[in-house]
Design a protein around this ligand. Sequence first.
Ligand code: ATP
Length: 277
Amino acid sequence: MTDESFTSALTCEGLRYSFGQTRAVDDLDLSVASGEIFGLLGPNGAGKTTAIRCVTTLLPVRSGMVRVFGRDAATEPMAVRRLLGYVPQQLSADSRLTGRENVSLFARVFDIPRRERAARVTQALEAVGLADVADRLAETYSGGMVRRLELAQALVSAPRLLILDEPTIGLDPIARAGVWEHIQAVRAATGMTVLVTTHYMDEADQYCDRVALMHQGRVRAIGTPGQLTEELRARRGDESAPTLEDVFRDVAGSDLNEEGGAFRDVRRARNTASRVG
Ligand SMILES: Nc1ncnc2c1ncn2[C@@H]1O[C@H](COP(=O)(O)OP(=O)(O)OP(=O)(O)O)[C@@H](O)[C@H]1O
């Protein structure tokens, strides 16, 4: 382990990943500090999911380097997995089990000692505000509650780095705020590092400490939302207050317009909403 591992939760250097001729991640450099909520932002197809699959070791790191708290994803994948919690876009809660049973299943998968299991499950359910409904079937939960249940599944192993892929896609604004409030509360209580992908720029602006704007496999800008919007304001030399979406349009330039500037994939959001609803 290097000294850097004590302050850096995640480092990617020159990460590349291709599917055949499609270069999904192209020379990605990224550093996430321990304890921050970091947003990886970009439109559909930017390479966000592919990048985090490399971090989670679900895809192999063939080119470039990925380290989680100093552990190398290519050479120490098991050590990396032990440090991670991951909530994928595809939903993982079983509607025919109760909330508690769903989280217990994960506690067994993560090999949490039997004598600690019940307490850890309850703690995870409390952390996401589901303790009162823990013994109801998940099929009776709203979309936002299902998302929070999945968060509890990932939290039960007490990961040091929690990775969330589009945690609020398909949810209504109140449910989205509820998911974010619980993410923030968990971070405040545990100091856990959170890496989240989203294409909702407004959420990133409100809830992330720092963001990386990703387009066509590369990071085009990185910083706090305030820094990035202020830099754009200064570049433009006017008094209007730009949003993160304006920053994104500025760094992606005409490339984005050619692709229709799609920040939201309505079809996919609807499909996800119907699965969680
Ligand atoms: N399994 C796969 N096979 C072939 N191409 C893929 C595969 N997965 C992703 N891609 C391609 O890689 C590129 C990056 O996709 P990726 O899913 O990483 O983007 P994303 O930013 O996560 O977008 P989204 O928000 O749509 O998930 C896209 O061009 C996509 O079509």
